[in-house]
Design a protein around this ligand. Structure first.
Ligand code: 4CZ
Length: 244
């Protein structure tokens, strides 16, 4: 890998991150004090469990679709077989949505950008999974504490996605080679920003991510057993494809 290749790799990952974020950072910053009114919170809290899960699943599927677009523009991802691309997205897309939350989380009032405004944990009460929501908010806090730049976030998102340890990969060696080039890119960016110490913290974040996602899957299984009709008919097809 000549330095030029690494620079080109970083530039293309940063570009695809920018092009596949539904909102620019400035837009999210401008909205950060737009919170839900008491009446709006009441309306969310009076939804039934399946209504709220369906509402979130639609939002999550939307966010996941943008992550799929991001993945398709990461050099090396498209060269992988279709099956390996799906295998990486099946587990990685939710993790990238969670990593991206540091863009739309306000640590001052502990709110997340959801449905056009910033929502506190009380908005999600009718999901009946306060432990998952608390864990998601905690994780967002931890990500915000790292104060990643958009470039660092782009490379970290690509690294989360291109994880050669994922289950049922056909050509693990090939994924490893792409993963190593992205790791080189991230190391290069952190070194340039004089923040080499961040690499260790980012690997710690990846360990937390895995446990958070298995909690999410566990809740999804609980929900689809409790509300089989809703889960079966309501979840948008991509959500079922990726998470079912
Ligand atoms: C990411 C690109 S962006 O332009 O920055 C952008 C673009 C668009 C948005 C708006 C948006 O989709 N916000 C969502 N918030 C949450 C959420 C919900 C509960 C708590 C915390 C955040 C969504 C989820 O569905 C979600 C996310 C992570 C884990 C779990 C879930 C839902 C589970 C609980 C069913 S979607 C925000 C930011």
């Amino acid at each position: 890998h000549s330095l030029r290749n690494i620079d080109e790799l970083c530039a293309s990952i940063v570009r695809s991150h920018r092009e596949t974020s539904q909102y620019r950072l400035e837009e999210l910053q401008a909205l950060r004090w737009k919170v839900f009114s008491r009446e709006e919170i009441q309306a969310y809290q009076s939804k039934t469990v399946d209504e709220m899960w369906q509402h979130c699943a639609v939002r999550l599927t939307d966010a996941v679709q943008y992550v799929v677009e991001f993945a398709k523009h990461v050099p090396g991802f498209r060269m992988l077989s279709q099956n390996d691309q799906i295998a990486l997205l099946k587990t990685g897309s939710m993790e990238v949505v969670l990593v991206r939350m540091c863009r739309f989380f306000n640590t001052v009032n502990n709110t997340v950008f959801f449905d056009g405004k910033f929502a506190g944990t009380e908005v999600f009460k009718s999901l009946a999974c306060n432990d998952l929501i608390a864990a998601v908010f905690d994780f967002a806090h931890g990500m915000c504490a790292l104060k990643l730049t958009e470039q660092q976030l782009a490379l970290f998102s690509a690294l989360v996605l291109l994880n050669a340890d994922r289950p049922s990969l056909e050509d693990r060696g090939r994924v490893q080679r792409v993963q190593r080039s992205v790791e080189l890119g991230l190391t290069h960016i952190l070194h340039r920003d004089n923040q080499d110490s961040l690499m260790h913290k980012l690997h710690q974040r990846m360990a937390v991510l895995r446990s958070l996602c298995s909690l999410h899957m566990e809740k999804l299984r609980w929900f689809s057993q409790r509300y089989p009709l809703a889960a079966h008919s309501l979840f948008p097809p991509l959500y079922k494809e990726l998470f079912a």
